[in-house]
Design a binder for this molecule. Structure first.
Ligand SMILES: Nc1nc2c(c(=O)[nH]1)N[C@H]1C(S)=C(S)[C@@H](COP(=O)(O)OP(=O)(O)OC[C@H]3O[C@@H](n4cnc5c(=O)[nH]c(N)nc54)[C@H](O)[C@@H]3O)O[C@H]1N2
Ligand SMILES: Nc1nc2c(c(=O)[nH]1)N[C@H]1C(S)=C(S)[C@@H](COP(=O)(O)OP(=O)(O)OC[C@H]3O[C@@H](n4cnc5c(=O)[nH]c(N)nc54)[C@H](O)[C@@H]3O)O[C@H]1N2
Ligand code: SF4
Ligand code: SF4
Ligand SMILES: [Mo]
Length: 903
């Protein structure tokens, strides 16, 4: 459909003049001006379809001129048009159409799963239908219901052939699961080759259920949503996309979660975790009482007993061994306010900088690397820029599994012809749609990125003006690249030089190229260096500081950006000011009213080593299951066992909680208020949906209770006053106010006047000039030391259905969809090792072993194996290594020297 690019011109609706906007349909024009036009096949997120014609209007080109009836959803508005939305002939037409639709629709409204939440009924009422004249002309009641899926149902006898579900699956999710079989009255929606949801390629995003105007496809819980007394807007607590959610509640019980269509982050879309995986919140396994370990057994205790013990223990350790014998690990699953409090507890109350969070094992190389290159570690652009870019590079990220809503957008762009590069040892879903897939050996990013930079220079594609005016360090970088040993890099990375050259040329020539990266970049011994190399590519091609470009880490956990912003790292306090700089020590001293500790603290791996060595005595871990998710589990568990005192603040009895001396039952995101900061720096309000489960306390209040008992006066937890305190300390939160965040939040820096920032480094970089860094490729020590005995490279990642340690997703019906970690092995390797598809194999490294099921798959190259770490029964981290990023100590989860054999 072509639309009119007209601005500031007038058209008329029911006789009244209104300004028209470019690229608007008549329907959008009317809706914007508050005229109601009934629709059935329309969904504003989908391409207009014009099938049902319920949205028909009369259109004349002159005030009293002859009119034509047109479908408003796909007719562009034009200057001078006169639209009649309710003429008698139009009303009659709509009524006839709806009557016809209803003849084909079972009249079981009283028992229908839509439970009154039916657009068809609403439209029928709107067009004035009181009864149906030709009942069930075409009877489809024999269509079988599909109840194979834990979260969705289909009952196609209720289908009215609007094809919204098919279009949502194609255009929003890009999964192409749904199709149409047959013609006319017999046409029917099918899944794949007429399969059930369960057997189809459906990824359970729920887009079809959300758009279906009847209950032909519905959420299992949908019928309940209309009973909700209240709808609360909050933010998903799984991944860093930060989808905005609407939660239906009744009597302090959650009935449903859907995605609001005005959500700026996710436009009415989610993945199955945000929409469906919330039943953990009142699961019987939730911790509901403080527990104290006595003679090896956990015993229920009162909050007072638990607090007394904590204050006594931390107090005596501090006085006997000094504050640095105590450390804290904060939770990127928790709101900013709670992370801020956790670091404040450590710094202002205990007196140590020993505070860290899961960014350590995740994107700490991104934060460090981008700080070196640009001056700040956060994503330079916004996800909405995907609409404005004309080239996409995805490096070491699998967004359709790990950031599904953004992943679906990236996939849509690539499918619709935007060229792109995927650099990944695995054939990920986005790799299948990308123009270039550079399937490198795990651990060789620096080699491939250097080759790309070399070809960009050689082909004359450097944006010299950007380099000259906005950057420094170019000449050294340039000279090193001109001397690159391409033969060696090609051999080491295993990627054909011609392919790298073509990809580099395409990136270099793009008007606006956007790069996204993930853990396949950071979780390596050269993690920080790879991040700086990505920044180099962006700077040398001028892809920084404007729309549709930039370096965009796909931050992992819902609030990992926030945890670092709030200072949950040992070298920088809240707002990233150096804890070793006397000027900033003074700043924090003034803000917190107590003297700041003066030297940087321990990073998580150093905490474990110090615990093992006996110098770290006490550790307080909030919401991080290190015993399952940190590498080399035996080492982690031994270290934790060697502590004098371990406090675990959790919502479930995690693997780490099992080792605690005291367990404090916190609350999930559904039971508290605060803010999460997503991967594009968007600070959004998380709102209490239900009251904290009896026996639990809001995590922030737990920390405050202990602060107060240790003699530091901190007011009780309130989201508004906490955010005000943060705004006073963290410069880029200066204008953040709880009651001004609205439904869609604000992207930081939030200036004092309350305005937000969509794109960073537009005029200058945070550090002034952007800085080029060249690094030689270095082989991982893991390969150097172990490859002869363990010749395969294992890379570990995640899957769509489960989330990290899995305490939450394993307690939802997601477990019915996926119930174990699987090893991917190339057919050639499987043959050689005599490993059959779905057989159990023994996977082992120099650290340990794990038995798991093999899937023979050409998604991985020969020599490379792939698995996930979601199930503690298997404990994949038994075999991962202690190697880590040289600069930040981020573990090298992505390169593990292993061997495998049939079990
Ligand atoms: N469903 C789901 N979503 C999640 C999570 C989850 O557990 N489940 N976890 C969240 C968290 S904490 C995070 S940090 C994010 C992570 O999300 P991503 O950053 O996408 O992380 P991974 O899927 O672990 O790894 C990404 C890709 O890196 C590739 N890779 C491995 N080695 C290399 C290499 O040497 N070079 C390159 N270029 N690529 C390599 C892997 O094959 C994989 O496809 O996801 C978040 N979202
Ligand atoms: N082999 C391998 N291991 C990995 C990775 C990998 O790629 N490969 N990825 C690593 C990465 S990127 C990350 S980020 C880590 C993640 O590892 P973790 O941070 O350990 O994992 P999560 O499952 O995100 O959540 C941690 C805990 O927080 C608890 N929790 C959730 N919400 C709350 C709350 O509101 N309050 C409290 N008190 N607790 C809460 C959950 O029950 C869970 O036990 O795993 C790392 N481990
Ligand atoms: S849930 Fe999502 S992937 Fe599955 S059929 Fe519906 S739209 Fe397609
Ligand atoms: S894409 Fe991420 S934030 Fe959105 S619903 Fe899924 S897990 Fe939640
Ligand atoms: Mo992560």
């Amino acid at each position: 459909m072509t639309k009119n690019p007209i601005l500031d011109k007038i058209a008329f609706i029911d006789g009244q003049p209104y300004q028209i906007k470019a690229n608007e349909t008549i329907l959008e024009f009317a809706q914007r001006n508050n005229f109601s036009i009934p629709t059935l096949c329309d969904d504003s997120r989908l391409e207009s379809f014009g099938a049902c014609r319920v949205c028909s209007v009369d259109v004349a080109l002159k005030a009293d001129g002859p009119s034509k009836t047109m479908a408003s959803c796909h007719t562009p508005i034009a200057e001078g048009m006169h639209i009649q939305t309710q003429s008698p002939s139009i009303q009659k037409l709509r009524k006839n159409i709806i009557e016809l639709v209803l003849t084909d629709h079972p009249l079981d409204c009283l028992t229908c799963e839509s439970n009154g939440n039916c657009e068809l009924q609403d439209v029928a009422a709107e067009v004035g239908i009181r009864e149906v004249r030709y009942k069930n002309a075409a009877d489809h009641s024999h269509y079988e219901k599909d109840t194979s899926h834990p979260y969705m149902r289909s009952d196609l006898s209720k289908c009215i052939n609007c094809y919204r579900c098919v279009r949502a699956c194609d255009e929003i999710q890009g999964e192409f699961v749904l199709g149409i079989e047959g013609r006319g009255f017999d046409s029917k929606i099918i899944k794949g080759a007429n399969l059930s949801f369960d057997d189809s390629a459906c990824v359970s995003c729920g887009a079809c259920a959300q758009t279906c105007p009847t209950a032909a496809i519905s959420d299992v819980f949908q019928s309940k949503s209309v009973e909700a007394q209240e709808k609360v807007r909050t933010v998903c607590s799984y991944c860093g996309v930060g989808c905005n959610l609407e939660v239906g509640v009744k009597n302090n019980e959650i009935l449903s979660i859907t995605a609001p269509e005005d959500a700026e982050v996710n436009q009415g879309h989610t993945c199955l975790k945000g929409r469906y995986a919330w039943r953990f919140y009142n699961h019987p396994d939730r911790l509901t009482s403080p527990l104290i370990k006595k003679e090896g057994q956990f015993v229920e205790a009162s909050w007072d007993e638990a607090y007394d013990l904590i204050v006594e223990k931390l107090g005596s350790i501090k006085s006997d061994f000094g504050p640095d014998a105590i450390a804290g690990i904060s939770s990127s699953r928790c709101p900013n306010e709670e992370n801020y409090l956790m670091q404040k507890l450590m710094r202002a109350v205990i007196g140590t900088n020993n505070i860290d969070c899961c960014a350590r094992v995740c994107h700490s190389p991104t934060a460090h690397g981008m700080q070196q290159s640009f001056g700040t570690g956060a994503a330079t652009n916004s996800i909405e820029d995907l609409a404005k870019t004309d080239f996409i590079m995805v490096i070491g990220a699998n967004p359709t599994s790990a950031h599904p809503v953004t992943g679906a957008k990236i996939k849509q762009k690539l499918m619709k012809g935007t060229p792109g590069i995927v650099i990944d040892p695995v054939k990920t879903e986005v790799a299948e749609y990308a123009t270039y897939h550079l399937q490198l050996r795990p651990g060789t990013n620096v080699a491939v990125l250097n080759m790309m930079a070399h070809y960009i220079i050689k082909e004359g594609l450097v944006d010299q003006q950007f380099v000259d005016t906005r950057t420094e360090g170019w000449q050294d970088y340039h000279d090193a690249l001109m001397n690159l040993d391409i033969d060696r890099m090609e051999a080491l990375s295993g990627v054909d030089r011609a392919l790298v050259r073509d990809a580099a040329i395409a990136y270099g020539k793009a008007e606006a190229a956007m790069s996204f990266h993930g853990l396949g970049v950071t979780e390596h011994s050269q993690g920080s260096r790879s991040v700086m190399s990505i920044a180099d590519l962006a700077m040398m091609t001028g892809n920084i500081g404007r729309e549709g470009v930039g370096v965009n880490p796909l931050r992992g956990q819902n609030n990992v950006q926030g945890a670092a912003d709030m200072g949950c790292q040992p070298h920088q306090g809240a707002g990233y000011m150096s804890v070793e700089d006397p000027k900033w020590q003074e700043y924090y001293t003034e803000k917190y009213g107590v003297h700041s500790p003066t030297h940087a603290g321990l990073k998580i791996p150093q905490m474990f080593n110090s615990a093992k060595a006996g110098t770290l005595k006490a550790l307080w871990i909030m919401g991080e299951d290190v015993a399952q998710t940190d590498p080399n589990t035996h080492h982690v568990v031994e270290s934790l066992k060697n502590l004098d005192f371990l406090i675990v603040q959790e919502i479930f009895f995690s693997e780490t909680a099992k080792l605690a001396d005291v367990i404090l039952p916190g609350t999930s995101f559904l039971e508290k208020s605060g803010t999460f900061t997503n991967g594009e720096r968007r600070v959004q309000a998380v709102r209490e949906v239900v009251k904290p489960l009896p026996g639990t306390k809001v995590d922030g209040q737990i920390i405050i209770d202990v602060m107060n008992r240790m003699g530091y006066a901190q007011p009780d937890y309130q989201p508004d006053t906490m955010l005000a305190e943060i705004a006073d300390v963290v410069p880029f939160f200066a204008g953040a106010k709880w009651n001004e965040l609205g439904d869609n939040g604000k992207q930081w820096p939030i200036l004092a006047d309350g305005s937000e920032t969509k794109i960073l480094h537009t005029e200058t970089f945070k550090r002034g000039l952007g800085k080029f860094h060249y690094f030689d490729f270095e082989e991982s020590k893991e390969i150097e030391n172990h490859a002869t005995s363990f010749p395969y490279i294992l890379t570990t990642s995640r899957i769509l259905e489960h989330y990290n340690c899995g305490t939450m997703t394993r307690r939802t019906d997601n477990k019915q969809i996926v119930s174990e970690d699987i090893l991917l092995i190339n057919p050639q390797d499987a043959r050689q090792k005599q490993i059959a598809h779905e057989s159990i194999v023994r996977l082992f490294s120099s650290r340990g072993e794990v038995n798991l099921k093999a899937h023979v798959s050409d998604k991985v190259k020969p020599g490379v194996l792939f698995t996930t770490f979601h199930f503690p029964e298997l404990m994949v981290n038994n075999i991962t290594s202690d190697e880590c990023d040289l600069e930040t100590l981020c573990p090298e989860y992505k390169v593990v020297a292993v061997d495998v054999e049939a079990a």
